[in-house]
Design a binder for this molecule. Structure first.
Ligand SMILES: Cc1cc2nc3c(=O)[nH]c(=O)nc-3n(C[C@H](O)[C@H](O)[C@H](O)COP(=O)(O)OP(=O)(O)OC[C@H]3O[C@@H](n4cnc5c(N)ncnc54)[C@H](O)[C@@H]3O)c2cc1C
Length: 274
């Protein structure tokens, strides 16, 4: 079966690029490379956020409303005054898988005509390969291609901590063994580590998640949203939909959080496509 999907000509970043232009046109401000380290509350109301900027300085930003999409397990840990230690303990039990992404830059037109290839066999270090050219040829240089190899792991396990050169060698061995690549076709590589990529649905995760959400809902002007923010294993279109609903909810100036708790329940109906 062959399925067709639509993809932005210049890559998926075009969507956030357009959104950011719209925000700036409407006098909004965007701070990137800003790591939120504290949400400061007073009598059940969030007054401000402290973040660390690109220069490593701590900046305080006053706020009327916060829609947080950082992992819910991080959110409950940065609340000030600090949430009860029992809440931190529950957050410790909700786990995310981490991912390593290895990008291989290749001196040939294409490796295959697939967008994704999945590998379930444990003998391969990667679980999935993407070939960017097959989403849009305009995202790679003419005559060249690139592969992204996705490796699943846990933060700080032996795969996560493996040195880049060793990882490169393990991946290359698998790719050459599969006859997908010859070493002399490769001209560069880069490895990235991202924690908190996949929520792990272990037994009773829902009860634990609901405890965290119930605690967050006591802060009148704070909601947690998005894939990591709601521990919801979803796709991009779902997250955009969540964003629209959160925007409408805040714009309608709901005083009680009950409405948001009901909206969250509808997110369980999302159907994942990969
Ligand atoms: C490997 C992988 C492949 C995927 N492929 C697809 C696909 O092909 N198609 C599809 O539709 N969906 C795909 N998805 C899902 C898609 O990426 C998500 O649904 C979507 O990005 C979630 O959007 P979000 O805004 O909720 O969260 P995110 O996009 O994860 O954004 C959350 C942001 O919060 C930031 N953050 C974390 N902590 C802090 C902090 N303390 N301070 C400030 N910022 C912080 C993170 O760096 C991140 O940028 C994929 C997901 C993964 C992990």
């Amino acid at each position: 079966m062959r399925r067709i999907f639509f993809y932005p000509k210049d890559g998926i970043g075009s969507i956030s690029q357009l959104m950011s232009e719209e925000i700036k046109t409407n006098q909004g401000k965007i701070f990137t490379c800003a790591r939120a380290v504290s949400i400061n509350t007073n009598k059940g109301y969030a007054d401000s956020v402290d973040y660390i900027n690109q220069q490593g300085e701590k900046v305080n930003l006053k706020c009327d409303y916060i829609i947080s999409t950082i992992p819910i397990t991080s959110l409950v840990r940065i609340m000030q005054p600090s949430f009860d230690s029992n809440i931190h303990h529950i957050a410790d039990q909700l786990k995310f898988r981490a991912s390593l992404f290895a990008y291989f830059m290749i001196n040939k037109k294409c490796v295959s005509d697939n967008t994704w290839i999945y590998f379930s066999e444990k003998k391969y270090i990667f679980r999935r390969i993407y070939e960017q050219r097959n989403y849009s040829q305009y995202t790679v240089s003419p005559g060249k291609t690139a592969l992204c190899l996705e490796i699943s792991c846990n933060e700080n396990d032996n795969v996560w901590c493996r040195q880049d050169d060793k990882l490169f060698k393990d991946i290359l061995d698998d790719l050459t063994g599969l006859n997908l690549l010859k070493e002399n076709e490769l001209y560069d590589f880069k490895i990235m580590r991202i924690k908190d990529t996949y929520p792990v649905y272990s037994l009773y995760y829902k009860e634990k998640l609901n405890s965290l959400l119930s605690h967050i809902s006591k802060i009148e002007n704070l909601i947690s949203n998005g894939r990591q923010g709601l521990f919801n294993y979803n796709n991009m279109d779902h997250s955009i939909h969540m964003g629209f609903l959160a925007g409408q909810y805040v714009a309608s100036c709901k005083e009680s959080q009950d409405g948001w708790q009901n909206i969250i329940k509808t997110f369980d109906a999302y159907k994942l496509i990969d």
